[in-house]
Write a protein that binds this ligand. Structure first.
Ligand SMILES: [Mg+2]
Length: 164
């Protein structure tokens, strides 16, 4: 579907390998904490961070009036919430669906809570299986490359100019 034919109302992001370059369940152990150097580390002292432009991307989308959401199958739900808070991303997201099962269920829940038609929802995820699953609902999907998300990709996907 041509993105311009349906104005997005909510933009939803996966977490692992989409907003940050690791997998919470496989690569890290909670609790996470902020260090004296203002970095974030897991329980074993491993440093973790988002992809570089993530805060800027989300700030930009919020300032353009979009509603933002998270759809993640992370099993360490507490860890995921800790990271959103420590990365200062939590307040950007009005809706957070974080639990195992299927992205189909995440989007059905987002649809129920927001009342937005699936065609007005946009989803960014690195995993082709999730992309294909959610596409079946009519959601507009964009696959994030292995290099992670960047602002140019997000703005181009949404047909937004960068001069905002
Ligand atoms: Mg992912």
């Amino acid at each position: 579907m041509d993105i311009s034919s349906k104005t997005p109302k909510i933009i939803v992001f996966d977490l692992d390998r989409t907003l940050w370059p690791f997998q919470v369940d496989k690569d890290t152990t909670n609790p996470f904490r902020r260090t004296e150097k203002n970095t974030v580390e897991d329980a074993s002292g491993k440093l973790v961070s988002t992809f570089p432009q993530v805060f800027d991307i989300l700030y930009d989308l919020i300032s353009r009036g979009f509603v933002l959401g998270v759809a993640s199958r992370i099993e360490d739900i507490m860890g995921a919430y800790q990271l959103l808070e420590l990365f200062n991303l939590n307040s950007f997201f009005t809706y957070k669906e974080i639990y195992p099962t299927s992205k189909i269920l995440h989007f059905k829940e987002l649809h129920r809570k927001t009342g937005f038609p699936y065609e007005t929802m946009v989803f960014f995820d690195d995993d082709e299986r999730n992309i294909k699953a959610v596409q079946q609902l009519g959601v507009q999907t964009f696959q994030v490359s292995k290099d992670g998300i960047d602002k140019k990709f997000v703005l181009q996907s949404l047909n937004l100019d960068s001069s905002h």
